[in-house]
Design a protein around this ligand. Structure first.
Ligand SMILES: Nc1ncnc2c1ncn2[C@@H]1O[C@H](COP(=O)(O)OP(=O)(O)O)[C@@H](O)[C@H]1O
Ligand SMILES: [Mg+2]
Length: 489
């Protein structure tokens, strides 16, 4: 049951733009709650509780204040001066001042109130209507969960200002991200999920909010179940291709270079003929086809048999990666209203990096080129910190596209347990974030930085229960604590 009546009184001790109030411990107020501070005139100050603590140093407090507090304004009982030394206090950030005239309520001041509050003002919990004045939440958009037991939405267009979902293992990131994927698809976006642990297809199928299609690469265990997603050499850049081939003699490198250029030209001509649609499982494997190109280049240009055989052997080695083959065209991944789950559980790290990097780059490039496509496109990358090393194709593609994504309707949802390991050039592009429980100081520090004026809320991150997250929406007034929608249980 919610506590009725005053829950505390202000102390008026200034701390930048924050203030403290003395809190009755029986009220159950916690960080993330919105309180109303009754001002002496008709107005109320709405404030966000960011931290709860025991204040032990009241020696500097004016005597009149201690006297008033001791006269049971808060605890409803008389306390001795000794007991009062360790009073429970709530730290707040004042958000808005509102006034009521008759039946009309309006915002008196919308900027943060700076400076100290007057002492001894009564504090109570904010009503639902007052919370709406603070957050201006709408009932339009994509459901993101519950805020103080009310369903809340995120405007659809915020997605292309990108989203980060962070938190320690087991805090509820994946479930929440899966719920977001389903909601965005149900709202008409094409959603592609890069799924590292093979969790999403089950979760999404159980949520039934949107159709789900699963893609898989690597050596197939179960040929008939999944859609196969493979790479062709024409998907790679020359540099990536030469990196994969590794150390070669100069002659082998020359031959492979010429063959690569010719092969890519041929493939592009063919796919132009097929109007961009590569047929699934059509033709022989790219490695066999590429090998023939190497042979004909070697013969035409007079490379020695030895160079040719050594080059072919290098090429054959790439089949061990399991990512080259004929599979679904990328257009199959980008379908409005559908969640496409790309499972990479089957791949070793080199193959995974290659596949994910290429898929991400291809999808983003396709989007940039084809501006007629109107539906929003959402790319969700699970365990994003895995793709952070400096040569990573994924990181490179994202650094160059994240900034511009808004212009061509691409949204990123990056999920990671280690926000401190994510490239700041990418993390700083995530204007909306959902921070689940964190354990590491360095990760909390990153979130604290993003909370800005509300950084004192960051200590709540250590204590969040599962499924709860500090949410800060792009352009939002203040952070709030949400409970993720139930999924998969
Ligand atoms: N939204 C949710 N609905 C139902 N159960 C959840 C939810 N979030 C978390 N859980 C529970 O917590 C466990 C961990 O959630 P998960 O999303 O896998 O965490 P993370 O990805 O952060 O490691 C789940 O197995 C489930 O039991
Ligand atoms: Mg997870």
């Amino acid at each position: 049951m919610e506590w009725e009546g005053p829950i505390g009184v202000t102390l008026g001790t200034k701390r930048d733009n924050e203030d403290l109030f003395l809190l009755n411990p029986a009220t159950g107020v916690s960080p993330g709650d919105i309180v109303a501070i009754e001002s002496r005139n008709k107005s109320r100050l709405l404030a966000l509780v960011t931290n709860i603590g025991y204040e032990s140093n009241f020696r500097d407090m004016p005597g009149f204040l201690i006297g008033a507090v001791l006269k049971d304004r808060i605890l409803n009982q008389t306390v001795s001066e000794g007991e009062f030394r360790f009073a429970l206090t709530a730290q707040v950030v004042v958000l808005r001042e509102i006034e009521t005239h008759g039946s009309e309520t309006k915002v008196a001041r919308s900027s943060l109130v700076q400076g100290a509050l007057a002492p001894l003002l009564n504090v109570r919990r904010a009503s639902a209507a007052e919370r709406n004045y603070v957050y201006g939440l709408t009932d339009r958009g994509v459901r993101i969960g519950l805020f103080e037991d009310m369903p809340i939405q995120m405007p659809m267009e915020l997605i292309n200002r990108h989203v980060a979902v962070v938190g320690t293992t087991g805090s509820g990131k994946t479930r929440f991200a899966a719920a977001l994927a389903a909601e965005f698809a149900a709202a008409g976006a094409a959603v592609v999920v890069i799924d590292v642990h093979g969790e999403y297809s089950g979760l999404l199928e159980s949520s039934r909010s949107a159709p789900v299609k699963c893609f898989e690469s690597g050596f197939a265990n179960d040929r008939h179940v999944r859609n196969r997603l493979y790479l062709d050499f024409s998907d790679l850049t020359l540099n990536t291709f030469l990196d994969l081939i590794g150390d070669t003699t100069d002659l082998q490198r020359d031959l492979l270079y010429v063959a690569f250029s010719r092969y890519v030209k041929q493939e592009n001509a063919e796919s132009a003929l097929a109007s961009g649609q590569r047929l699934p499982d059509a033709g022989e494997s790219p490695i066999a086809e590429f090998s023939r190109t190497v042979q004909s280049c070697a013969e035409e240009l007079g490379f020695s048999k030895q160079t040719m055989h050594a080059s072919l052997q290098r090429l054959r080695k790439l089949s061990y990666l399991g990512v080259f083959g004929r599979g679904a065209p990328y257009a199959d991944l980008n379908i409005a209203g559908q969640v496409s789950v790309v499972s990479v559980t089957n791949l070793d790290s080199v193959a995974e990096e290659l596949l994910v990097g290429t898929v991400v780059k291809r999808l983003l490039e396709e989007r940039l080129r084809n501006r007629r496509v109107r539906h929003p496109f959402v790319l969700l990358i699970e365990e994003f910190h895995r793709y952070q090393w400096s040569t990573s194709h994924v990181a490179r593609a994202l650094v160059s596209y994240a900034r511009e994504a808004r212009k061509f309707g691409v949204g990123l949802i990056l999920v990671s347990q280690r926000p401190s390991d994510i490239d700041v050039r990418i993390l700083s592009q995530c204007n909306t974030f959902f921070a689940f429980r964190q354990q590491e100081n360095s990760d909390v520090g990153i979130i604290a930085g993003r909370l800005g004026a509300f950084r004192s809320l960051s200590s709540a991150l250590y204590f969040l229960p599962d499924r709860r997250a500090v949410a800060m929406l792009s352009g939002g007034v203040a952070p709030f604590i949400i409970e993720a929608p139930s999924i998969g249980d």
